[in-house]
Design a protein around this ligand. Structure first.
Ligand SMILES: C[S@@+](CC[C@H](N)C(=O)[O-])C[C@H]1O[C@@H](n2cnc3c(N)ncnc32)[C@H](O)[C@@H]1O
Length: 280
């Protein structure tokens, strides 16, 4: 089987299964199956694929046709300027979360050294991107899932920032180590009952632990704010990603816990996306 024919076949199958970017996905999956770059694929469309690689490709296309996200099939996702290794135990990092990195770089433009904490570190997308950008920063990441901690550790080595990282498997409820200039979190914030309304590729494949924000979507956010009052230094900043409709409630919880709201940042779709506050 030639590469171009295999891609055409996969494109038809994915299209039939309503996968929007069917051609691009087919090209990415064939490059995964034969372990070559996309550039190689484009330049070698008439080359033959060996039988094992073809069978592997068919399996990947089948899984994609069932809705499995491309990032879980390739084991990689680009976030900010870096490539993260991921698997089904971690949330796929989202472009909207890059807002947090932008804000941190803006706020600490003139600071060379701070100690910060990422609650619910997942793949390490937030924590490690910041450490790559700010060579004097030290970061701690915690996650309730040991599997997330392991993925984050791998990424810390891959991105060569592991000497400035501490990782702990811990529920935020029980975490007591350190005092931080900055605390960040992209917490689970989807209401229990809304989980089943999510897109199929999210609800069927991404970890519930990363999504489920309890009955009102705010259960983890409450814990984070409550714990941050102990873990943050005076005048330290707390940046939390929120759902588009949580601004009012989260502002209230922050204020009730002695935080001053600095700014609410909108994402590209003009939805409220993260709240920056300061401990007073
Ligand atoms: C929305 S994901 C964010 C992952 C990553 N920071 C990102 O932005 O891509 C939330 C993470 O919080 C973790 N988590 C959920 N509840 C937690 C808790 N009570 N304490 C610590 N981590 C928790 C989940 O395992 C998951 O990795």
């Amino acid at each position: 089987m030639k590469i171009d024919i295999a891609i055409q076949q996969a494109n038809v199958i994915l299209k039939r299964n309503s996968i929007k970017s069917s051609l691009l996905d087919s090209e990415i999956l064939i490059s995964k199956a034969i372990n070559k770059s996309r550039e190689y694929i484009i330049l070698n469309l008439h080359k033959e694929i060996n039988k094992d690689d073809y069978l592997n490709f068919k399996k990947l296309v089948y899984e994609r046709s069932k809705g499995k996200p491309l990032a879980y099939l390739t084991g990689k996702k680009d976030f900010w300027k870096y490539e993260f290794e991921i698997d089904q135990d971690v949330l796929i990092p989202r472009p909207d979360t890059e807002l947090i990195i932008e804000q941190v770089l803006k706020i600490y433009k003139n600071k060379d050294k701070i100690n910060f904490l990422d609650i619910g570190v997942g793949s390490g997308a937030i924590l490690l991107s910041i450490l790559k950008e700010k060579k004097g920063f030290f970061g701690t990441g915690i996650d309730i899932s040991n599997k997330c901690i392991n993925v984050c550790k791998k990424n810390a080595y891959k991105l060569e920032v592991y000497k400035r990282v501490k990782l702990f498997k811990s529920n935020i409820d029980n975490f007591t180590k350190g005092k931080y200039d900055l605390i960040l979190s992209n917490p689970p914030y989807i209401k229990n009952l809304d989980l089943k309304k999510l897109d199929k590729d999210v609800k069927d494949f991404e970890p519930k632990l990363a999504l489920n924000g309890g009955l009102d979507g705010l259960s983890e956010i409450r814990k984070i704010i409550d714990k941050s009052t102990e873990l943050i230094k005076k005048n330290g900043k707390l940046i939390i990603e929120i759902a588009f409709n949580q601004k009012k409630e989260v502002k209230r919880i922050l204020e009730d816990n002695g935080f001053y709201i600095i700014e609410v940042i909108k994402d590209l779709a003009k939805n409220d996306r993260c709240i920056i506050s300061k401990k007073i």
